[in-house]
Design a protein around this ligand. Sequence first.
Ligand code: SF4
Length: 384
Amino acid sequence: MKIRSVFDGGELRSEFEKNGIDSKFVPIIWKHLFLTLRNTNIKSNSDSDWEWEKYVPSLPCSAYSFLRSKFKTPLSSSLHSVFHSSDNVTSKLLIKLTNGAFVEAVIMRYDTRLGKYGGKPRPGGLRATLCISSQVGCKMGCKFCATGTMGFKSNLSSGEIVEQLVHASSFAQIRNVVFMGMGEPLNNYSAVVESVRIMTGSPFQLSLKRITVSTVGIIHAINKLHNDVPGLNLAVSLHAPAQDIRCQIMPAARAFPLEKLMDSLQEYQRKSLQKILIEYIMLDGVNDEEQHAHLLGKLLETFEVVVNLIPFNSIGTLSQFKSTSEQKVLKFQKILRGTYNIRTTVRKQMGEDISGACGQLVVSLPDKSLGNANPLTDIEDLVI
Ligand code: SF4
């Protein structure tokens, strides 16, 4: 594949090798770029060519020639616009890729002291979670998701995924990353895995346990995920406790039968010893009845999971679905907690809580402005 971004780690290293440049310079280049772009207002996409020698010192001449010939700008993507909520809790970044397509990344800021755990304020302080996109559009076609109705346009490269973190880092110190933006991350497996490896290395140094990949349940990819990136958090957009309902709302589920998916999750948990986050969008009359709660409880009772119930919000979609009443959501939660002893949280409002189903942030956040948000529940408080 043609190199698109200086953060395309695999391609950059192999291009360096082809050109006789030591690949030990790769993390050094990333470090200087990251610090420069994070701490200054230098435009990464100005008209004049980027002065590589000025901002990334002490490289061999061959490295400068290569960088100049391949990259006129330090980042391949550009920040098209940013929308901040009036209380500055949420920021949405609209990022333009080299192919002209747009993806979104959303920053959620949390004050852990506002949250309660076991009736007491949580320890800690301010932190920020970044929700990023892995594809332009999505093949999965989930019926409740705006991205699903777009169809699939293209995969992001690992560097284009990492660049979302670089852009976001000039607005907040990012501590958690969730792959819950546009696209099905495990359908762009190698780029996502490589981007996670880059984010956990120098200069980003994110902890693997603070990165979560959300999937509709691509079984063959889940089966190799733990070996490729042990320690990564997994979130599964389950959304139904039975195969027929899953197929009705998530056409891709036909290729990934529920029984096989649960076997694969069991194996993932056996190997990883980690909790799995289960995302469950509540659709009125479709998957939100008491019998569904009992089916879900039975399906999950042998797992270590956190279930996140997501009241459906049809704003911005031409959806056939309706939202479940608050009373019904609470009843559903009570069954999972009371009868099956499953930790179950409820997302209060779309866009207010990062722990949504993949694609849902694209659906839920208004284009031009973001309203005030209440104290948020960070995904870190759910899965760690
Ligand atoms: S919910 Fe996720 S997997 Fe489903 S269509 Fe939307 S982006 Fe794709």
